[in-house]
Design a protein around this ligand. Structure first.
Ligand SMILES: [Zn+2]
Length: 237
């Protein structure tokens, strides 16, 4: 993934900066901005520098709903995001309110976490801001995700499950590219009676589907859905 640099998002120069080292970095702290998802890093920086009178934007990185990553203070500059945890903690802010975090945003935050561990050459503790300060931050949704170990979207599912979710429900008369997929799978399962790969979901296909369903031990209804696709895709050994 790419990190949008300070120069690219038009950051103001910091008033001052203090650096730390990877050996002192021990935790990764997730925040939310508790504002609109359209807020820009520059608007957040202006608020932090002009209203809070901080030296710079408080966070080390920011992530938006589209999963874009913005450089804040960066990896090893001490931030202003969690009192007593700014040297030990890398602060990452999701731009939005509770419930706004998307899979793309979570994936980006997880990527930053993995990249931080890689650069450190060790593991950083995963924390929500509320773990170290009395605050609602980073909101219930993101906090639950952090507590669950920050699973990347799709992680924990194998490719078969992921693919299955994209496959449609097909019945006699269905059309479209997935009918060709179905016909190809039936041909691979020794049902030449359906004819070539290109063709409709007709009565012959329905009969072949029923035969496969019977073989697979699922409901014999001739409808190809979440129970039948896995049977069709089961690998012969
Ligand atoms: Zn926070």
């Amino acid at each position: 993934m790419d990190i949008i640099s300070r120069k690219e998002w038009g950051a103001r120069a910091p008033r001052n900066r203090q650096t730390t080292t990877w050996s002192r970095r021990t935790e990764f702290i997730v925040h939310y901005s508790e504002g609109p998802t359209t807020q820009t890093p520059r608007q957040i920086q202006n608020h932090h520098m002009d209203s809070n009178r901080w030296a710079d934007i408080g966070y080390n990185f920011l992530v938006d709903v589209k999963g874009r990553i913005y450089e804040g203070r960066g990896w090893l500059v001490v931030g202003a995001h969690a009192p007593n945890h700014n040297t030990s903690g890398i602060g990452v802010c999701f731009i939005g309110r509770d419930g706004d975090a998307t899979d793309a945003a979570k994936k980006a935050i997880r990527w930053l976490y993995d990249e931080a561990c890689r650069r450190k050459g060790g593991t950083l503790a995963k924390r929500g801001h509320r773990d170290v300060t009395a605050t609602s931050c980073p909101g219930d949704q993101l906090y639950a995700w952090v507590r669950a170990g920050m699973p990347a979207a799709g992680a924990g599912e194998d490719w078969m499950e992921a693919m299955m979710k994209k496959l449609p429900l097909l019945r006699k008369g269905a059309t479209g590219e997935h009918v060709q997929t179905l016909r190809a799978l039936l041909l691979a399962r020794s049902h030449p009676e359906i004819g070539p790969v290109e063709g409709p979901f007709d009565a012959r296909v329905e009969a072949a589907v029923k035969a496969v369903q019977k073989w697979g031990g699922v409901t014999v209804d001739g409808i190809v859905g979440p129970q039948t696709w896995p049977v069709l895709l089961r690998v012969h050994k």
